[in-house]
Design a protein around this ligand. Structure first.
Ligand SMILES: [Zn+2]
Length: 274
């Protein structure tokens, strides 16, 4: 009889002879994991920065165990099993030593296989319901970002997969879903720091197109003649500003006021990270 852990009955003769405990011993292997850099943030305090030796089901893959220990697969750039590059499908063998490295554009891994590649083209995003501030900043930088505070996990993951978007979230369980292929766990809490984190991780500076998308609805902005929007401008804005952009979708009008300048300063500081 199959033991339920993938041996299809071939190795469970002892179970039938000596009982359930013997079968448990047979189907478990022991492996040692070490997580590097910011991946430690996903671990309990007593697992951080040190070897973690644990029992694994015999048919367990590296992906299964890494996520069981708390780290979403989307956050992993490189796996070394006994010093050799490996993939997420690698079956864990008894005594394996598994080193797990985070996604970082600046990580030099030579010719080794990157596990977390970016979708082709300029990155596009779906931000979960808790990342509205980040979504607005990404749009301000010109990155197509879908956001709705009513987004639910399942449909959001499907949307990201269907449209080749990177899923942004602070919910690690969402990133562990089987249909999530490209995702980023956002560590920072404040939108400006979250944007900085994504710039670093995905090297976004070269692809930014500031003030090309509406911060409110993600639609393209276009220049508009001042006379066209004059009756919608506060008196002081009428006096001081000559250049205006409009969103044809939600009719929001933008000008180079203090908010615009703050945003420009933020993007300039991120651009200097290149
Ligand atoms: Zn708009």
């Amino acid at each position: 009889m199959p033991c339920g852990a993938g041996c299809e009955g071939r190795s469970c003769r002892i179970e039938r002879q000596t009982g359930r405990m013997a079968a448990i011993v047979m189907v478990m292997t022991t492996a040692t994991f070490r997580f590097y850099q910011q991946l430690n943030a996903f671990l309990p305090a007593d697992h951080r920065g040190r070897d973690i030796t644990c029992s694994c089901a015999r048919a367990a893959t590296t992906k299964h165990m890494i996520e069981a220990l708390g780290v979403p697969h989307t956050e992993v750039e490189l796996l070394l099993v006994n010093g050799e590059p490996a993939g997420f499908e690698r079956l864990i063998a008894d005594g394996d030593r598994i080193a797990v490295y985070p996604t970082f554009a600046s990580l030099d891994i030579g010719g080794m296989r990157r596990l977390a590649d970016r979708p082709p083209g300029t990155p596009r995003f779906v931000a979960d319901a808790h990342l509205g501030g980040l979504a607005r900043l990404l749009r301000m930088a010109g990155f197509d970002t879908l956001y709705d505070n009513a987004f639910e996990d399942g449909p959001m993951a499907e949307l990201a997969l269907r449209e080749g978007r990177i899923l942004l979230t602070r919910d690690r369980e969402l990133l562990k879903q089987r249909n999530v292929t490209h995702g980023c766990f956002v560590h920072a809490l404040k939108p400006a720091m979250q944007l900085r984190e994504l710039y670093e991780r995905l090297e976004l500076a070269a692809e930014a197109r500031p003030f090309s998308l509406c911060m409110s609805c993600n639609a393209p902005l276009r220049e508009v003649d001042k006379q066209t929007v004059l009756d919608r401008l506060p008196p002081r804005v009428r006096e001081l500003h000559q250049r205006f952009l409009i969103c044809d979708c939600c009719q929001q009008v933008y000008w180079e006021g203090s908010h615009w300048r703050d945003m420009s300063a933020l993007l300039d500081s991120l651009g200097r990270m290149r």
